[in-house]
Design a protein around this ligand. Sequence first.
Ligand code: COA
Length: 337
Amino acid sequence: MSGIQIIGMGHAVPSVCVTNADMKKIVDTSDEWIRTRTGIRERRFCGEGESLATLAVRAAAEAIDSSGIRKEQIRLVITATVTPDYQVPSTSCLIQEKLQLPSGIPAFDINAACSGFVYGLSLVQALLPENEFALLIGAEQLSRMLDFSDRSTAVLFGDGAAAAVLQKKAGVPFYSHLAAGGNRSALWAASAPANRLPAWQNAEAQAERKEQSGGKPEDTGTYRIHMDGRSVFRFAVRALSEELREMEKQSGIPAEKVDQIVCHQANQRILDYVRKERGLPEEKFFRNLDRYGNTSGASIPLALYDLWNEGKLEPGTRVFCIGFGAGLTWAGACLTF
Ligand code: COA
């Protein structure tokens, strides 16, 4: 069996730290409410000169440096994100240009929300030839989609990026499972209806606005996150529990024996619910959501990065990664370091 293995990691944490006390100045909330309902203490937002692409590039550059390979050896670039700077080109192509990665290799983005990085692992496994190297990035700038008039969603999310360099090697076990169940109403982000008017019905007004702005490209609207918190909570608990069993079945490793379970960092209560249901110890479920909040596609690689940095992913370490989120999507992967 040939499987993928992480050989380098990098991350990029945005410059603005927003504590729950800071959040209280923006929305009607309290540190106590946020901590007890979610486990989040602070999150990071992009500041001056930072955006999704700048974070993704920083994380990717560090991952390549730490892997010990040359950037010319990268054969595939995939970015998991729901908050790209541009509709086109993809974030992966922006990274390719900025870091001068080889031309002529596949580079594209995927939208599987908070399951995006795990979806990406599976794609790398499928697309990468043996002994070659891929760059997989999870990056989000969710602060650009937050509705600060909705306190139940505004306090949950943050920005960040992390990246991994992977190699496909003979004899490395790798298992994954991807799933989705289409559901718009639980968790969605859409632009204001006015901005979805077809431009051809609006050509004159569009030309007028362009002239008034001195020829600047038009802002085509801002996306905002909407969520039915309770139904997403119920879905997340079920998805995490089922995916944990799926990974145990595929890998043959019982959850008690796996070294780490790295779940999407959405909410401490979701992780605790499944952990207690399965009678597993706290230390098995890595968490850093207290520092970053929910960073969607960046959350699993940010957690892996912290473990990597703490020296907890030594050769032979086996990790279940489990994602769940908008779509609805859910996914699991079993990595061996
Ligand atoms: N600060 C203070 N009060 C808040 C608040 C905030 N930020 N957000 C909501 N409230 C209030 C509500 O207005 C409500 O008040 P009321 O009882 O007077 O009407 C009360 O808190 C309870 O609201 P409710 O929405 O029922 O809270 P909850 O216990 O369901 O917790 C979430 C809300 C969002 C934390 C919870 O539903 C959740 O974690 N869902 C999953 C979200 C998630 O992880 N999504 C991403 C998955 S990828």
